[in-house]
Design a protein. Structure first.
Length: 345
């Protein structure tokens, strides 16, 4: 972990604080001293930065993100190396990710869920049109900016259509993976649509469609049972209203060819079926802002009454015995009389 004020790339970037950490990388808030703006730096872990395999994985993310310029995708600038440190420079998004937002707002109104769905579907369809599949859509990879923007991030396991190399083993997050992704089969844009459907089910029902609770599962661990449900079990019935359940079930089809032709087509069907207008961008910004603003300060205390001035002598007299106070008063009177009747010189 890099401490605050660490200087990178000859003074170009100054670390402020760590924002998060994943399996392979740490993310930091930093200042770009040339542009005088805050940026996010995604650093490959030092023990991995010198590994050629992981460096290629990291640089592939850079190449993927360079292709994608979209208002609902976090903007990437460039990959950099500083000695043994390898990092990406990204836009800093001021706001929570969707996972944190859901922790505080368990069950979203359908209109809010549809607004988020529209933004993600637009971003995914754009990436797909560019030949890029995200492969790791989940709430923690959805950023909710306080200016109202909803952005898709972390293309760390993205795959460019037609690429001949890929990361060894199963990649992605099992709770959101399409069956063909679990099996390691060739992926299409339909895999991201499946992940989007899982995420939307979670937004609307406050739980994912596959949680390892179906009857007849044989997996020894919860993770194995969840994968088993993805592969061969339908979602539980009676959880969602029919007008939302049917489109999401289609998007969650085990056969990729049975899903919608695009992510936008899925969302359009949800909007039409539910007869619910998505939250407008203006309404959404008003909703997201209160999570950012600090609590109001308490009202100031009422002004204190003016202090009464007490001569120093009287203050001292407060602490003398009553008899002593009388003696002092007599002495003061005598002294004053002597002063009044001093002979003229």
């Amino acid at each position: 972990m890099l401490p605050p004020h660490t200087i990178l790339f000859g003074g170009r970037y100054v670390i402020q604080t760590q924002l998060g950490a994943g399996i392979m990388a740490e993310v930091y808030l930093a200042t770009d001293t040339v542009k005088q703006v805050d940026v996010a730096l995604k650093l490959l872990r030092p023990d991995l930065a010198l590994d050629p395999t992981f460096e290629e994985y990291f640089r592939r993310e850079a190449r993927v993100m360079q292709q994608l310029q979209h208002p609902n995708i976090v903007r990437f600038y460039e990959p950099m190396r500083d000695g043994e440190l390898l990092f990406l420079v990204l836009d800093y998004i001021d706001g929570p990710n969707l996972q944190k937002y859901l922790f505080s707002n368990k069950l979203l109104p359908i209109a809010d869920a549809l607004h988020i769905a529209q933004a993600l579907a637009t971003a995914l369809d754009y990436a797909h049109a560019s030949g890029v599949f995200h492969r790791d859509l989940k709430p923690s990879n959805v950023l909710l900016a306080f200016n109202g923007a909803i952005l898709l991030s972390d293309f760390g396991v993205a795959r460019v259509a037609g690429a001949t190399t890929t990361t060894t083993g199963m990649v992605g997050s099992p709770a959101y993976m399409a069956p063909e992704q679990i099996r390691g089969a060739t992926l299409t844009r339909a895999a991201d649509q499946y992940s989007l459907a899982v995420l939307l089910w979670e937004l609307i029902a406050s739980r994912r469609p596959f949680v390892g609770a179906s009857a007849g599962l044989t997996g020894a661990t919860l993770g194995e049972r969840v994968l088993e449900e993805h592969l061969s079990h339908p979602p539980q019935t009676g959880v969602l209203p029919d007008d939302l359940d049917a489109p999401l079930r289609k998007a969650l089809s085990k056969n990729a060819s049975d899903r919608f032709p695009s992510c936008t087509a899925l969302v359009q069907q949800l909007v039409a079926g539910s007869n619910t207008a998505p939250t407008t961008p203006q309404e959404w910004q008003r909703k997201i802002l209160p999570t950012h603003l600090p609590p109001p300060l308490p009202p100031p205390p009422p002004p204190s009454p003016p202090a009464t001035w007490i001569p120093p002598l009287l203050t001292a007299l407060r602490w003398l015995p009553v008899g002593a106070i009388g003696t002092v008063a007599i002495l003061l009177a005598i002294t004053r009389l002597n002063g009044m009747y001093q002979p003229a010189t």
